[in-house]
Design a protein. Structure first.
Length: 359
């Protein structure tokens, strides 16, 4: 057990790291954040090292200053985790990262274990892209296997010619083509797992995207209880199969024909779990701290329903109005530069648990 008073290491300095450090502080831990960007939002609330993930000496000094390392961003080079793992516990470990930072590896992992996902093809060339679309159907989504987020690195394609063009426009590197899923809704489950296999899951939430960026989360998702149980069981089974210690967020499509299809995994706190800060006894960030420190996992049962809206780009300027709104819970990430679509903060509004979620 890693007791309160210890120092936790966090790789990545974004808002997820910032909110993890704040939750850790509440339990009496200190955090040391490692990130390459000088203006990282998490730097304002924790001790930090600003260095490249390739800087071995900086990584080793970081490892020696903490009791355990976790991450808030899955695109950290696996080699960096391996350097750290020689000196300190890393949770989740490099094998989890290797699967979840590569869409193709992730899909193969899920497929090999019988988890449901949309049909896909490995794409390495323009010809592959055109052929894959012809095989999979009328419409598909071409995605880079690495470094895609918030809709970056993906294109919807509707003809083999378009698929070939999109392959080049996405940089011509390794890609996957998925069938376009006509879903009823998108949901996600955040589950926590400790090294001894103990687990706790938040209820599924519904996520609404705009331009591939999360706009709104409705919690809990307005879905049938049996489907909610199925989604939680699926997320827990994937976390177990991966051997995650920490958090795993599982994004899924709800479809009429095929039921649940797994879209994407993230082995870290997730934007769709921000509502837990205001509507659950223990937030996803505190749950991460508990899981990596071998503490008892907290109760994930919400005491209120919640609607979480991201504040994207200029929307953050609404903060005075949001502060004045009774019941609105405002979270700002301290990012100085406002860019279109950039996640600047979020606001959560609570509602009685039964009903009220038809927005
Ligand atoms: P991703 O980066 O894979 O999470 O994709 C971002 C968003 O794009 C998803 O949340 C969906 O709204 C949409 N999307 C991604 N893949 C597909 C797909 N195969 N079919 C339909 N929509 C998709």
């Amino acid at each position: 057990m890693i007791p309160p008073g210890s120092t936790l290491g966090i790789l990545g300095g974004g808002q997820l790291g910032r909110m993890t450090a704040l939750a850790a502080a509440r339990l009496g831990y200190s955090c040391h954040v490692f990130a390459p960007e000088p203006d990282s939002p998490a730097f304002a609330v924790a001790r930090h090292t600003c260095a490249s993930y390739e800087d071995r000496a900086a990584l080793e000094a970081f490892a020696d200053s903490v009791s355990v390392v976790t991450l808030e961003f899955e695109n950290v080079p696996v080699a960096a985790l391996e350097i750290l793992a020689r000196r300190v516990r890393v949770r989740p470990d490099a094998t989890v990262l290797a699967v979840t930072q590569d869409r193709l590896a992730e899909k193969r992992f899920l497929e090999a274990r019988g988890f449901p996902l949309a049909r896909y093809r490995d794409v390495r060339s323009r010809e592959d892209a055109g052929r894959a679309l012809a095989e999979l159907g009328d419409r598909g989504v071409l995605k880079t296997t690495r470094l895609g987020y918030d809709g970056r690195g993906q294109r919807i394609v509707a003809s083999p010619g378009e698929a070939a063009e999109a392959f080049a426009a996405l940089g011509g590197g390794p890609q996957v083509l998925e069938t376009f899923v006509t879903f009823e809704r998108e949901i996600s489950v955040v589950t926590a797992r400790r090294a001894d296999g103990a687990r706790a899951s938040y209820p599924p939430v519904e996520n609404r995207h705009e331009h591939h960026i999360l706009r709104t989360t409705l919690a809990p998702a307005p879905i049938a209880p049996a489907l909610a149980r199925e989604a939680v069981a699926l997320a827990e089974a994937i976390a177990e199969a991966l051997g995650v210690v920490g958090l795993l967020a599982v994004e899924m499509f709800v479809t009429g024909e095929s039921g649940l299809l797994v879209n994407e995994l993230a082995p870290r706190p997730h934007n769709s779990g921000h509502w837990t800060l205001d509507a659950c006894p223990v937030s996803q960030f505190e749950q991460l701290v508990r899981a990596i420190c071998d503490l008892p996992l907290g109760d994930p049962t919400p005491f209120a329903a919640a609607v979480m809206d991201n504040l994207l780009g200029e929307e953050v300027h609404a903060w005075p109005r949001l502060l004045a709104e009774p019941g609105a819970r405002l979270h700002l990430y301290g990012k100085r530069e406002v860019r279109p679509g950039r996640k600047m903060g979020h606001v959560t509004r609570l509602f009685p648990l039964a009903g009220g979620l038809t927005r």
